[in-house]
Design a protein around this ligand. Structure first.
Ligand SMILES: NC(=O)c1ccc[n+]([C@@H]2O[C@H](COP(=O)([O-])OP(=O)(O)OC[C@H]3O[C@@H](n4cnc5c(N)ncnc54)[C@H](O)[C@@H]3O)[C@@H](O)[C@H]2O)c1
Length: 314
């Protein structure tokens, strides 16, 4: 029987992954863990307060709840990480090591952990970026993601701990707000557009980046979790792709539904975006576990507009 804990479970991805897993495995079998308290604890129970920097507590929780699977989502994202690299190091690298050690010591069956396109850097080929390529990121977040990928491979080969993960592009969703990444503009902009307010974009209008709609993000990580191990050549470093667009292209697509004004004022996040790929080659994921996305930019925008209108009561 599956007993799952989702660290960082209150975040943008956790907020949608948890309901998906609960539908599949039963509410009581999916435990949400986060360092912060939920707005309304009854809505997310079973919930536990957990700091992933505390290995002893992770082990205690795994034993107490008979956990066999961990979705490790707790992290400090790219933009926030550049504001506080020391915190990003501790949560992302020490936290990841704690999860792996706790998993090893308690014989956890599977650990799912997202990496990111932030694992790439300025020397990486920018178009159709290969799965196996130069990884020299210049953000602490990127450094932590490459470290996580390598630790996952190390624990698999040395201890047989089954750790898997995908390199997410920017994730777009309407349920929970994003947590401080470089692609957050692609979510924020919808709120401004639908309320008819002017949006000031923190990236240049031509800053093309790989993106993905949340249903595909959930599909990817849960598909990989169930893939037969023998088919996997890669472990926690799968490129996955769905769409790539620039702020200007997104604005044009949203304007098919509502008119709104946009101004471009690139800030420190533009430098982060400049070091990332424009598009991703995901052939390894397609070949090893059958990955394919359902949403492109047009179908994502249509769905975002529909759901956000409802959410905002418009
Ligand atoms: N959202 C994206 O666009 C994106 C893109 C690429 C990769 N990812 C990866 O996906 C994972 C989840 O991202 P997200 O977008 O849901 O992030 P988020 O910032 O929305 O959520 C992260 C959660 O972790 C929690 N957290 C922070 N420090 C913690 C600690 N010390 N102990 C326990 N919990 C802690 C936060 O309270 C938050 O709820 C991360 O590994 C992230 O790097 C996300």
């Amino acid at each position: 029987m599956k007993r799952i804990i989702v660290t960082g479970g209150l975040g943008q991805i956790g907020s949608e992954l948890v309901p998906f897993l609960r539908d599949k495995y039963g509410r009581e079998n999916v435990i949400v863990a986060d360092i912060r308290a939920p707005e309304n604890v009854e809505d997310v129970e079973p919930f536990i307060t957990l700091d992933v920097r505390d290995e002893e507590k992770i082990i205690k929780v795994i034993k107490e709840y008979n956990v066999d699977t961990i979705y490790h989502l707790a992290a400090i994202l790219s933009a926030r990480g550049e504001q506080n690299p020391q915190l990003a190091f501790n949560v992302n690298i020490v936290g990841m090591h704690n999860i792996l050690e706790a998993g090893r010591k308690t014989n956890i069956e599977r650990i799912m952990v997202p990496s990111s396109i932030a694992a790439f850097g300025p020397e990486t080929p920018k178009d159709n970026t290969p799965n196996d390529t130069v990884l020299k990121p210049r953000t602490m977040y990127g450094v932590s993601k490459v470290t996580g990928e390598l630790l996952a491979l190390y624990y698999w080969e040395k201890y047989g701990l089954d750790v898997r993960g995908v390199r997410y592009p920017g994730i777009i969703s309407w349920k929970a707000p994003p947590g401080g990444g470089t692609t957050d503009y692609a979510v924020e902009i919808f709120y401004y557009a639908l309320k008819g307010e002017k949006y000031t974009c923190f990236l240049r209008e031509d800053a093309t980046l790989p993106m993905m709609y949340m249903p595909d993000a959930i599909k990817a990580i849960t598909m990989l979790a169930e893939a037969p191990s023998d088919n996997l050549v890669h472990r926690a470093d799968f490129n996955i792709a769905a769409m790539s667009f620039s702020p200007k292209e997104l604005v044009e697509e949203i304007r098919k539904y509502v008119d709104f004004e946009v101004e471009y004022k690139p800030d420190y996040r533009q430098k982060i975006a400049d070091s990332w790929p424009r598009s991703i080659d995901d052939s390894a994921a397609r070949k090893e576990w059958g990955w394919n996305p359902d949403y492109d930019m047009a179908s994502m925008v249509k769905d975002m507009v529909k759901n956000l209108k409802k959410k905002l009561g418009l």
